[in-house]
Design a protein around this ligand. Structure first.
Ligand code: IMP
Length: 197
């Protein structure tokens, strides 16, 4: 079975390939298919955006497709930045701009009230009317300042529950083992294992 990964982000492709490596499933990136396409995320939920991307690529390739969408949801901000995580500080915002905006919005929020969670939704689009969602959630806290240089996005300001390091202070392998994305993609892997039987 061929399975297309609907992203242009090579890091994501590598991470997904590491988690979902199964015999009989050939994982193909958009680059492998010479597809040069940018899909705008216009929905207001992670599920909506993941479905939108997977369906679009399925329709172009006629191949089973997976896509994912992730957000950081902060309790004290009623779930902001959530589905708008990548453009929280504006359309062309950098990761640093987004972290700074979040930290400044939380400036008067105490340590106990800085709960947040990362959520990834993966959509597997197998055929028309045949799609599935898998989710991964990691709860934690937002720090007062940026710490660590590994990773990307909000990694320097997020400490997962049960740890004292931010995602950006952890070795990459550890973050990739425990992350919201890893949890969601492991569920996809388990589904594919049972689907093949
Ligand atoms: P995407 O859906 O994977 O593109 O993620 C949307 C945005 O969420 C990214 O631009 C990042 O700002 C943030 N994000 C997603 N995954 C992570 C992560 O593992 N660590 C930190 N930030 C993340």
């Amino acid at each position: 079975m061929k399975l297309v990964i609907a992203t242009n982000n090579q890091h994501k492709v590598n991470e997904i390939k590491r988690i979902v490596s199964l015999n009989e499933i050939e994982l193909l990136s958009l680059k492998d298919l010479n597809l040069n396409i940018e899909i705008e995320e216009t929905e207001h939920t992670l599920e909506g955006n993941a479905l939108l991307k997977a369906e679009k690529i399925f329709k172009l390739t006629n191949l089973p497709t997976v896509s994912d969408d992730t957000g950081l949801f902060v309790d004290a901000l009623n779930g902001e930045p959530g589905v708008f995580s990548s453009r929280y500080a504006g359309e062309n915002a950098t990761y640093d701009d987004n972290c700074n905006k979040l930290l400044s919005k939380l400036i008067s929020v105490s340590a106990e009230s800085r709960n947040a969670y990362f959520k990834t939704v993966v959509c597997l689009f197998l055929k028309e009317d045949g799609y599935y969602f898998f989710e991964g959630v990691v709860k934690g806290k937002v720090t007062n300042e940026k710490r660590g240089t590994n990773g990307f996005g909000y990694d320097p300001i997020f400490i997962p529950d049960g740890y004292s390091l931010t995602y950006a202070e952890m070795p990459t392998d550890l973050k990739n083992q425990i992350s919201h994305r890893a949890i969601a993609f492991r569920k996809l892997r388990d589904f594919l294992l049972s689907y093949r039987k």
